[in-house]
Design a protein around this ligand. Sequence first.
Ligand SMILES: NC(=O)c1ccc[n+]([C@@H]2O[C@H](COP(=O)([O-])OP(=O)(O)OC[C@H]3O[C@@H](n4cnc5c(N)ncnc54)[C@H](OP(=O)(O)O)[C@@H]3O)[C@@H](O)[C@H]2O)c1
Length: 238
Amino acid sequence: MYYALVTGTDHGLGPALVKSLLQRGYYVVACRLNPAEKQIDELLNTYSQNLKIIELDIAKDESVQSMKEKVCTCIPHLDLLINSAGTLGDMDKTLGDDLDFDEMLQVINVNALGALRVTNALVNHVLKSELKTIINISSEAGSIADCQREGWFGYCISKTANNMQSTLVYNNIKKQGGKLIAMHPGHVATYMRGHLDTTASLTPEESASAILHTVLDTDLPTEERPLFIDYRGERLPW
Ligand SMILES: NC(=O)c1ccc[n+]([C@@H]2O[C@H](COP(=O)([O-])OP(=O)(O)OC[C@H]3O[C@@H](n4cnc5c(N)ncnc54)[C@H](OP(=O)(O)O)[C@@H]3O)[C@@H](O)[C@H]2O)c1
């Protein structure tokens, strides 16, 4: 039995990843921010034996600590940790506007530090497992080399920082056989912009299934640096 944990499973990519993993026979811990969001509960009808739902705010140390205690008592190790939770922040303001630095700090706290908090709490559980794999859901928006935007300050900065924490984490775990992938999920039709993004090219289910296929079914190379790839396995520039 393989064990996985996914953050950000209230809606969007997170629950699609959970469903895809359950269909593959994994035992999954689904972490959601808001217990009023019931999408993930529907999966209990079919997968009650293999699904545990835990509340988690990755922006808060005490919430991550409480999640760690629950996880360590309910599963023996963690083969696959997927840090999917994320937030967008302002997309419109550019340098001529009054930038909202408090909001940017919140976005960075979730997108960059949140993933690191969770990994820091669970890394020993990951390294006890067979797959020893961490997927950090990053974004093309985190690429410095490819950046054309003039706005999205909080989001782009936070995803670049997410990529750096991914690299630092990988440098810590690679000697012990740990794997880490910084993953761009594609342009996915979710509610991240506050409404369903109808301009997106992928459904959450298509993105989730492609991500898992790329990471679990193909022979990804092991390198000195973590892989920064998209859902199809194509490399992105750092
Ligand atoms: N959609 C895209 O095109 C796209 C492209 C590139 C990268 N991504 C990345 O893909 C990941 C999933 O995003 P999505 O598109 O599925 O958007 P989404 O539907 O908004 O999902 C994000 C999830 O993260 C949760 N979350 C936000 N803050 C959190 C916190 N402090 N603690 C725990 N959970 C928190 C949200 O919960 P609530 O909604 O209840 O607050 C939601 O369940 C994100 O990391 C995002 O940056 C998405």
